[in-house]
Design a protein around this ligand. Structure first.
Ligand code: SAM
Ligand code: SF4
Length: 352
């Protein structure tokens, strides 16, 4: 055991080392086992549905330091969270990101955490894939909306498709299991999604298609790019045989086995179907604000709590417990023409 004068993160780590800490329960009896953390609001791409072209990023002092990210993650692990997903913005452009992964991997070693994973745009994977695998990351999600270099450049406002493909190659070579996430866009990629499935499944990657969500102001009217996943399911079913899988990840996805490829297809339907009943997750922004529901404006400022008591986690643990005790029952997205976003936060700040 660490000495009493050990830094707080190590004292918490010692508590977190008890595998199977009891899960926090929200008022609706849902056990909270999953935390997504945005480690930065910055990104090297500017996807049209996610960011405006000239994003103004947060001043650095507002963003949690690597030490604070470790401290708050560790507090959640001590409270029974068993899965951490690091996201952003683009997590791999965050300075010190690999140090954070390395620190958090101690919870995998201790058995307190089942999974440490990330969602990335893949541009930096060629550099970091081997380090991720070395530090206990086993699976990652890579966002890729199209295999057409020109469409990719347009959707991401300047991205290089070849760089992302090289990143996926490197991840697979390092032994990481890769899932591809694609946002369905009526104009830009809808017609190409069956081919994206063939490509992904052909290289052993499952594919999840995501509806556009009304998150934060971006430059376009997003409603004219919206495709319901009911329609997408029909598009995919016209080409592939979809056998529904009876799987519940505790998340919003519905899964199918594609008979011809043997791979999995996920459809994420945040607006057209209710998935809140089994929600086991909460989100932390890069500024340390805890949101217990993606579709509501509830917020708890954990950064203020941490900075007020740098040496003592009692208030932090109390604030987390208090937020979970008030987790809303469900969300309320709207995407009507002319309406602003239902929730003013950008996906890049909340973490997708
Ligand atoms: N930069 C990383 C990436 O692109 O994977 C991680 C952060 S990104 C915000 C996480 C996920 O959110 C990506 O799969 C992205 O496509 C998705 N996303 C961003 N804005 C969205 C929106 N308005 N509607 C639906 N999905 C969105
Ligand atoms: Fe960056 Fe990911 Fe948002 Fe695209 S979706 S702009 S890659 S944070």
């Amino acid at each position: 055991m660490p000495a009493d004068d050990a830094p707080p993160e190590f004292r918490l780590a010692a508590r977190a080392r008890v595998p199977g800490a009891e899960a926090m329960q929200d008022p609706f009896g849902r056990a909270i086992r999953y935390l997504r953390i945005s480690v930065t609001d910055r990104c090297d791409l500017r996807c049209v549905y996610c960011m405006s072209e000239h994003m103004v990023f947060l001043p650095k002092p507002q963003v949690l330091t690597i030490e604070e990210l470790d401290r708050v993650s560790t507090a959640f692990v001590s409270l029974g969270v068993r899965k951490l997903r690091l996201t952003g913005g683009e997590p791999l452009v965050r300075r010190g990101f690999m140090e954070l992964v390395q620190r958090l991997s101690r919870h995998l070693d201790s058995g307190a955490l089942d999974e440490l994973t990330l969602t990335t745009n893949g541009t930096q994977l060629a550099r970091f894939a081997a380090d991720l695998a070395r530090n206990g990351v086993r699976r990652i999600n890579v966002s890729l909306d199209t295999l057409d270099p020109d469409t990719f450049r347009a959707v991401t406002r300047g991205g290089d498709l070849a760089q992302v493909i090289a990143g996926i190659d490197a991840a697979q070579a390092a032994g990481l299991k890769v899932k591809i996430n694609a946002v369905a866009l009526a104009r830009d990629n809808r017609a190409d999604l069956p081919a994206l499935l063939a490509w992904a499944h052909g290289r052993g990657c499952d594919l999840t298609l995501i509806e556009t969500m009304p998150m934060g102001e971006v430059d376009e009217d997003r409603t004219d790019q919206y495709v319901s996943l009911t329609d997408l399911r029909a598009d995919m079913a016209a080409v592939w045989t979809l056998d529904p899988l009876d799987e519940d990840s505790g998340g919003p996805a519905r899964y199918f086995r594609v008979a011809e490829t043997g791979g999995k297809l996920g459809l994420i339907t945040p607006m057209s179907h209710n998935f809140c009943d089994t929600c086991n997750r909460v989100r932390l922004t890069c500024t340390g604000t805890l949101h217990t529901c993606l579709g509501q404006d509830d917020a708890t400022d954990l950064r203020a709590v941490m900075r007020a008591a740098p040496e003592d986690d009692a208030a932090l643990v109390e604030a987390i417990r208090g937020a979970i005790a008030a987790k809303p029952k469900g969300h309320d997205f709207r995407i009507g023409r002319g309406e602003g976003p239902a929730v003013a936060r950008h996906m890049s700040t909340t973490g997708g």
